[in-house]
Design a protein around this ligand. Structure first.
Ligand code: F6P
Length: 560
């Protein structure tokens, strides 16, 4: 353990905010929203992207106190340490430099004494070259056919970010045009059903498999990789692997051992956390294969624009910093344990699942970065669905049940506008009517007095009352181009880092995922010996033994 430092909750700034909760509890968003001066101070614009956080349960005074908390947490120093490549991921002794993945060619970002930007661009140039060969058909498969379909195998950070970006670009007109005639699929789950779904309708002759794994040891990914290798070699022979399988990893030795030509491996570095890796070859390779490198480069540029904004903008105008501080306020002071991510955009349907990992794997921690138990909770439960689907599902709870701070995300311009003659509004306007209405419904609610005036019968008044005072923020993007998708990603990545920096935790390790993996290894061994030697389950508790016995006795799995 490194020398313990004071916990953030021991600082005066934290105590001031604790005391301030009482003041905020005396306010209602209905009243706060009537103060135009306050609302004006809670709007921020960056490159046409508008953030409105006036529906947070916060006053100008709250914001001042949160900025004091940032100072007490040495937020500015921590951000600089990240950009300077210091080993801020102390439990893994690593730098945290995903910002270098999208830095311009002439940038200088140091890790362990060396500028990493040239290495980053070497890999990007290699991806550009390789993806052009595949897309143009100059690289062909074992039977001489162009490879028009790609299956990317990976899980967690080697899956969720690329899936989110792919889903977001699929209907962007420019990206869609570039993807004509091509398919990109993602195989993550070790469930053989996911394999079946992925290969359904695909021909190994025209398919390229990209194995994506930072460590190249992840059980699910490696078994799926062996399964698809088998799919390819059964159809095309062992030598087809060289033409039909490539890899993305930090562990190039294991890539070679697996049988993939090291020339067909795309590297990244241990200073890229899995959940922060979408801007490395993890995302850039599959996405470039599908959309072409020039589209993906725009995505990287968008992320980079936010990196610059985050690094250099004063905190009171800094989007990720303000969002991070407000999340800390909601979790640690107002006591809200969850956050709903609600994009009014079908193209962002995979955004919440990606942010779930970015946020929950980063900030779901129980000790400080120095290993001290925390007397307060960190992280929040992130979930979400595109509006308006969510409205017809879980919004009931958000309106009248538990209080869950909401992020409303909308776009000015639709990727696929439709207007039917005779309709009151265009389809996008219809969607966005909800984006504008829901935050006010949450903030203002509806009082019994209002209901009485509407002649609602007495017995229904309690059921139809909305308490209001439910916080949200609105993020309005000009459109959902590759550039804006990159911006959105970087805003959330940095917001999560800000929260972790303030809480004083390590947002860049993930020891909590290890225990389950170890126990699964024990079960795997047991299943093997039971299947091959008929061994009875041994060394497990009563519950697991009973479940295992039932599974083994009744399962139709083949005897080995
Ligand atoms: O188990 C969690 C995790 O380690 C994530 O952090 C990571 O994104 C995922 O597994 C996949 O890891 P890899 O890219 O090494 O296969």
């Amino acid at each position: 353990m490194t020398s313990p430092t004071a916990l953030i909750c021991e600082t005066q700034a934290w105590k001031d905010l604790k005391g301030h909760v009482e003041d905020i509890n005396k306010t209602h968003l209905r009243d706060l929203m009537s103060d135009a001066h306050r609302c004006e101070s809670m709007m921020l614009e960056f490159e046409g992207l508008l953030l409105d956080y006036s529906r947070q349960r916060a006053t100008v005074e709250t914001m001042g106190k949160l900025l004091n908390l940032a100072k007490a947490a040495q937020l500015s120093e921590k951000i600089s340490r990240m950009f300077n490549g210091e080993h801020i991921n102390s439990t893994e002794n690593r730098s945290v430099l995903h910002v270098a993945l999208r830095a311009p060619k002439d940038a200088f970002i140091k890790a362990d004494g060396k500028n990493v930007v040239p290495e980053v661009w070497n890999v990007l140039d290699k991806i550009k070259d390789f993806s052009e060969k595949i897309r143009s058909g100059s690289w062909v498969g074992a039977t001489g056919k162009p490879l028009k379909d790609v299956i990317a195998i990976g899980i967690g950070g080697s899956f969720l970010g690329p899936l989110f970006v792919h889903t977001a670009l699929q209907t962007d007109p420019e990206a869609a045009e570039c993807a004509k005639g091509r398919q990109l699929r993602f195989l993550a789950n070790i469930d053989p059903v996911d394999v079946a779904r992925n290969i359904s309708g695909l021909n190994p002759e025209t398919t390229l498999v990209v194995v994506v794994s930072k460590t190249f040891t992840t059980a699910e990914t490696m078994l799926n990789a062996r399964t698809l290798r088998n799919w390819i070699t059964t159809a095309l022979g062992a030598q087809a692997v060289a033409k039909h399988m490539v890899a993305v990893s930090t562990n190039l030795a294991l890539v070679e051992k697996f049988g993939i030509d090291p020339n067909n491996a795309f590297a990244f570095w241990d200073w890229v956390g899995g959940r922060y890796s979408v801007c490395s070859a993890v995302g850039v390779l599959p996405l470039s294969l599908q959309y072409g490198f020039s589209v993906v480069e725009k995505f990287l540029k968008g992320a980079s624009s936010i990196d610059k904004h985050f690094q250099s903008t004063p905190f009171e105008k800094n989007i990720p910093v303000l969002l991070g501080l407000l999340s800390v306020w909601n979790v640690s002071f107002l006591g809200y344990p969850a956050r709903a991510i609600l994009p009014y955009s079908q193209a962002l349907e995979k955004f919440a699942p990606h942010i779930q990992q970015v946020s929950m794997e980063s900030n779901g921690k129980g000790v400080s970065i120095d290993g001290l138990p925390l007397p307060f909770e960190t992280g929040e439960i992130d979930f979400g669905e595109p509006g308006t689907n969510g409205q017809h599902s879980f919004y009931q709870l958000i309106h009248q049940g538990r209080v869950i701070p909401c992020d409303f995300i909308g776009t000015v311009k639709s990727q696929q506008p439709v207007y039917l003659e005779g309709e009151v509004v265009s389809n996008h306007d219809e969607l966005m009517s909800n984006f504008f209405a829901q935050p006010d419904a949450l903030a203002y609610g509806k009082t019994p007095e209002q209901l009485q005036k509407e002649n609602v019968s007495e017995n229904l008044i309690p059921h139809k009352t909305f308490s209001g005072n439910r916080p949200s923020l609105s993020l309005l993007l000009p459109e959902l181009s590759a550039y804006n998708v990159g911006q959105l990603l970087a805003i959330y990545e940095h917001r999560v880092a800000v929260q972790g920096f303030v809480w004083g935790i390590n947002s860049f390790d993930q020891w909590g995922v290890e225990l389950g993996k170890v126990l699964a290894t024990q079960v795997r061994k047991q299943l093997h010996s039971s299947r091959t030697q008929g061994a009875a389950p041994e060394g497990f508790n009563y519950s697991t033994t009973t479940l295992l016995k039932r599974y083994l006795e009744t399962s139709p799995e083949p005897k080995m």
